[in-house]
Ligand binder design. Sequence first.
Ligand code: XMP
Length: 510
Amino acid sequence: MQKILVLDFGGQYNQLIARRVRDLHIYAEIKPYNKITVDEIRQAGYAGVIFTGGPNSVYDPASPHYDPAILDAGIPILGICYGCQLIAYMAGGTVASAENSSEYGKIELTVDDDILFDNVPKTSVCWMSHRDYIPAPPEGFSVIASTDQCPVAAMCDESRKIYAVQFHPEVTHTEYGKQLLRNFLYSVCGCTGDWQMDSFIEDTVASLREQIGDKGVVLGLSGGVDSSVAAALLSKAVGRQLTCVFVDQGLMRKDEGDFVEQTFTDLFDMNFVRINCQEEFLSKLKGLTDPEDKRKVIGTEFYNVFWNKIREDYGSGFFAQGTIYPDRIESGKGDASKIKTHHNQVGVPQDIRFEGVIEPLKDLFKDEVRAVGEKLGLPHDLVWRQPFPGPGLGVRVIGEVTAERVRILQEADAILRDEMDKCGYAEKMSQFFAVLPGVKTVGVMGDERTYSELVAIRAVTTDDFMTADWAKIPYDILGRVSNRIINEVDRVNRVVYDITSKPPGTVEWE
Ligand code: XMP
């Protein structure tokens, strides 16, 4: 399989670059610039290397640099933004900074006749975000694009197949960015587009079969996208040698536990083990109101229930989990960066000795995981499931979690989802759900005074969940949701809508 290296110099778009390459059917992986040498790049057999952008100026003492031997390694290179300036610098050229040469946003680009710009018009819009610029190309390079402010918007050394662009081809604001990347990958690097989800499934199934042999494999299934797709893939590979353990702590959405069970028992060949333990979880949560205490108890209880079951019945063979690529990516932003421990990766207790850990999705981005899930026949609702916090409704029932309060929230949330699905609005949201704030208010229903629970609706749009906007759901939809919740859910007499962005709010209330 051909592969491209995205050499990360701390730019904010490193994942986006790799995803764009993969969208063009070429496998790409990201490595921080200080974690791979030129020799290692050569040995790994990359078809090309893309230098990312980065926040620094090449003359900053703290700026990330790279071994100039890469320029003579015989591997095609595309430098983007900071990566472009770094190439100029490494090739002996200069990079300058001038107040009036910075460009931010959409800028008109004029290109020359060059292989990098095949099927790109003479003038088009590109996305710029830079203060430093290259006043003249270094020796051996020629200018192949410019803008009003930027004499070297793109340059190349054709003989060494080194290309560099000051703008960002990976963002959609660059009109012909995708075409440019295609030209680099296919025409310069000679890639043929062999990264396809069908062949990923076939290859992975074959290698899983070989690795697992006639042993057993056990997977913790949460009902989320990643573990569900991992389960489907493993089921295709080894059928009933796979055991999925699904801990239903009673804090999922209405009927969700049954839906997960039905999906995997009806559609896939595997042993499906469901542990119903709502009562145990509720008894541990009794009297707790502090969000962090609740999270800790739910996490610990989950860990104990899950591993006790595995220890009893499935503590040999292989252990599988749904780790995906973004869970593993290290960033090139400084040396302190570490792979973060993902909440889906549960450490194996020391006394359980598996033959190995299997992570069949570890090289895939989320959209690729979804594509695999769809090809394997998982239901649409599971593949496109919204994020759901590990502690489940435990952090949406504010204050003490009781069976009755979970029931109220599940009913209200189910109505919200039903209305959003019916009007086609659900797909426009990144995430939406109901919250039970634990506030009682006075109302009047019929001729009677009521003093009942308040339900809050939360809905957000976001690209990455680091920041989020509250969603502008039309009033008539909100009105229907409110009416139905008050009429259909016993002990609720008021509904409010959360209009807080993140920051300053968070998506969840706890
Ligand atoms: P916040 O509330 O931090 O949420 O703005 C951002 C995203 O993360 C989800 N979330 C969690 N997911 N375990 C998880 O697996 C958790 O403890 C947790 N807390 C929040 C949240 O639903 C949103 O999508």
